[in-house]
Write a protein that binds this ligand. Structure first.
Ligand code: URA
Ligand code: SF4
Length: 189
């Protein structure tokens, strides 16, 4: 919901003390989004993992390392993008967040998108694809741009998926190249 006096700082403060769903019970830290609140690209993952839960920051573990390296390879700088997740608290054992948890947490994500107002929203993996676009097969749709409700989305695989399937590394790199190219094109217009 868009509110005139909303800000990233306000959302972050609310997230940090949020008790709106049961995921608050097992967390060490809630994990608000991170990065440039005026970024042209926003990345959306699934949920914090163990490292993120410990540090209170998104994508700081193994998946984060892969994301950072891939961004660097295509000339995108992490501190100049905005990175967040569908849910802001770690599901126990890293299980996929439930529909209810996603629904309850979605207001924060919508507000982040409204404020950052990115030119491109990059969906990382199936959970974000389902939650934002109602999609299912990320492998069948990765590398594509989708225009919906005045927003431009780009779909790719989740960096954590590479940990278990090294073939996806090339795919993620290829997609990030596509994303970086479009980003540069939009920045020039
Ligand atoms: N995986 C995610 O989806 N998000 C994180 O922040 C870390 C790992
Ligand atoms: Fe609140 Fe989202 Fe954390 Fe649930 S996951 S407690 S809704 S911040």
């Amino acid at each position: 919901m868009e509110m005139p006096n909303d800000s990233i700082e306000k959302i972050h403060a609310e997230v940090i003390s949020c008790k709106s769903c049961d995921l608050c019970k097992n967390r060490t830290n809630a994990v608000p989004g991170d990065g440039d609140s005026k970024a042209s690209i926003m990345f959306i993952g699934e949920a914090p993992g163990r490292n993120e839960d410990e540090k209170g920051k998104p994508f700081v573990g193994m998946a984060g390392k892969i994301l950072d390296e891939t961004l660097a390879k295509v000339g995108l700088i992490r501190s100049r993008v905005y990175i967040t997740n569908v849910v802001k608290c770690r599901p126990p054992g890293n299980r996929v967040p439930t529909d209810d948890e996603r629904q309850v947490c979605k207001d924060y994500l919508e507000r982040e998108i409204s404020i950052v107002s990115p030119k491109i929203i990059c969906i990382l993996g199936r959970t974000a694809y389902q939650s934002l676009l109602g999609g299912n097969s990320i492998l069948g749709n990765r590398g594509k741009f989708i225009q919906k409700d005045n927003r431009l989305y780009f779909l790719t695989v989740h960096p954590a998926a590479l940990i278990y399937n090294n073939k996806l590394r090339k795919i993620l790199e290829l997609d990030m190249e596509t994303l970086a190219r479009e980003y540069r094109r939009l920045e020039l217009t």
